[in-house]
Design a binder for this molecule. Structure first.
Ligand code: PGA
Length: 248
């Protein structure tokens, strides 16, 4: 059975010291689940100490970004080998904050997805429409082009995770209704099925993200094509994150 994935995206929060404190507690609280996987994506400076703490814990480690090149004169960037060697197993690619604040486009995101897999890390391809796009009835067009371009030439569906994060739901307290989310997840699943065949598409985990909290996680997780959550704000506190991890 495919395990669900509950992922915390810490964004630019927590120093290495704060991360270590948090993860020691998280490692104690998390048990080995048969049906779900727990993942944290701390800032770069926390990855190395995080890997050490999580070594024997059933918690996976992810990064929030990666550069598209193997190495080179790219001041301020981080390479896939640096992440891999720090114990990273997943990489968030094309988060809407990267796209909208730092100008990443689909082709950059595609490069990140591809290089992550080349280095043995699972890419989490993030897609999602803005509020004006939803209001204009363009949600499916936006998702189609982000998925198609993000996965252009990509041939490792076995490693892939996709996250649907409507931009209007991120950090706003507004959540897509379970039905709104399911509709887009199903659409993504059908696209994956066209790209990789039905069996492989069923194995890809499609996460929902955008103001996921302990109060709304159960109804989201009950949807057929929602295989997990990408959690921002609520992943920063142990009790709210555990409330999501322990969804029923
Ligand atoms: P949020 O963020 O849970 O704070 O809305 C989600 C995300 O950006 O991945």
């Amino acid at each position: 059975m495919k395990k669900s994935l509950i992922a915390g995206n810490w964004k630019m929060y927590k120093t290495p010291g704060e991360s270590v404190d948090f993860l020691k507690k998280l490692a104690m609280e998390t048990v080995k689940y048969n049906d779900r996987e727990v993942l944290v994506c701390p800032p770069f400076t926390s990855l190395y100490p995080a890997a050490e703490i999580l070594k024997d814990a059933p918690v996976s480690l992810g990064a929030q970004n990666v550069h598209t090149e193997k190495e080179g004169a790219f001041t301020g960037e981080i390479s896939p080998a640096m992440l891999r060697d720090s114990g990273v197993e997943y990489v968030i690619c094309g988060h809407s904050e990267r796209r909208n604040i730092f100008g990443e486009n689909d082709s950059t995101v595609n490069g990140k997805v591809r290089i992550s897999s080349e280095y043995g890390m699972s890419p989490i391809l993030c897609v999602g429409e803005k509020i004006e796009e939803r209001k204009a009835g363009k949600t499916f067009d936006v998702i189609r082009s982000q998925v198609e371009n993000g996965l252009s030439g990509y041939d490792r569906p076995d490693m892939l995770v996709v996250a649907y994060e409507p931009v209007w739901a991120i950090g706003t307290g507004l959540t897509a209704t379970p039905e709104q989310a399911q509709e887009v997840h199903l659409f993504i699943r059908q696209m994956l099925s066209n790209l990789y065949g039905r069996e492989l598409s069923m194995a890809v985990r499609i996460l929902y993200g955008g103001s996921v909290k302990p109060e709304n996680v159960n109804s989201l997780m009950r949807q057929d094509d929602i295989d997990g959550a990408l959690v921002g704000g609520a992943s920063l506190k142990l009790d709210s994150f555990m409330g999501i991890v322990n969804y029923s």
